[in-house]
Design a protein around this ligand. Structure first.
Ligand code: RB5
Length: 145
């Protein structure tokens, strides 16, 4: 898969660890910033990653801030984006299977690097189940429209 990743300054140190891990799983990954630990604003990176995923340039997006909360809220403002913040792998998996999430967020102040890798793997290894979930995801899209 083609994956876009972004973080604010708080997620900056965890990001390269996740990038290397995702490369090791055999995916293509592009870092859309931030590129230093200088203080910045997480919505900028939500917008970049979410717009790239929504436009179809990337299959999925990953966002990291301190908690994963702000950066996922902002990503969900972009039409076509279903972003989830996760601190364990079960919700990450189910968010793909049932909710067809296309952006995964987590917090560098909440999860350590090994747990973050487990969350990422569980999400990337899962596909949307469709079926009865299709209509519900469509209903989410209709709220946005
Ligand atoms: C930055 O201090 C912090 O607010 C941000 O990384 C994130 O946790 C927001 O939700």
């Amino acid at each position: 898969m083609k994956i876009a990743i972004g973080s604010d300054h708080v997620g900056f140190e965890l990001k390269p660890i996740i990038i290397e891990y995702i490369k090791g799983l055999g995916h293509d990954i592009e870092d859309l910033g931030t590129y230093s630990n200088e203080r910045t604003d997480y919505p900028k990176f939500s917008k970049k990653v979410a717009e790239e995923v929504a436009s179809g340039n990337f299959d999925r997006g990953i966002l990291i801030c301190g908690t994963g909360v702000g950066i996922s809220i902002a990503a969900n403002k972009v039409e076509g984006i279903r972003a989830v913040v996760c601190s364990e792998p079960y919700s990450a998996k189910l968010s793909k299977e049932h909710n067809n999430t296309n952006v995964l967020a987590f917090g560098s102040r909440v999860v350590g690097s090994e747990l973050a890798k487990m969350i990422v793997k569980s999400w990337l290894d899962t596909e949307f189940e469709g079926g009865r979930h299709e209509k519900r995801v469509q209903m989410i899209e209709e709220i946005i429209c």
